[in-house]
Design a binder for this molecule. Sequence first.
Ligand code: 5GP
Length: 185
Amino acid sequence: MDQPHRNQGYPLQLLYSPERIQTEIARLAKEINASYEGRELLVIVVLKGALFFAADLLRLVTVPVRMDLVKLSSYAGTESCGTVRLTKDLEFEVAGKDVLVVEDIVDTGLTLVYLLDLLKQRGAGTLRVCTLIDKTERRQAEVTADFVGFHCQGGFLVGYGLDLDERMRELPAIYQMIQDHDGEI
Ligand code: 5GP
């Protein structure tokens, strides 16, 4: 296992290297290409965390794609406050479309359930979810992703788009934050 190191003052343990991330993304793209052959996809990228993931994934998707962005908020620091808000709405109509939501992490599932309900209300034709990371341990809402990069136990992750208070998104790998001896991250 790689040695823990500090970045911007925080102790981090490498979880997924850039190479591992790209291997899983190539697999996901293959699955998506096979599932949507002959159709056009409306991909909804959930900002900001899924931005890096979506950029790499969509470059390997061979079916025609239109992309839209949505922003939802429920987190402050490392804790979800449980109430989801839509802070940036979609540009495109979803009615009748083959919609694929691209998420960074499904954790409690509350954010995803909120978004899926909204897309259903707006009449999405088909609705599926691709997430880079599925953290099933803390799931509160009954929701499953259709395409999953990594299944992960828990812990707070940063890097490759994932932030701690807007920092560390730019790290090329995904790291788990390690608790200091006083229990603080
Ligand atoms: P949920 O509503 O499923 O609990 O949380 C979904 C969102 O919370 C994710 O899209 C992600 O933005 C954020 N999130 C959940 N777990 C983590 C984590 O380990 N690290 C970071 N940076 N964000 C997380």
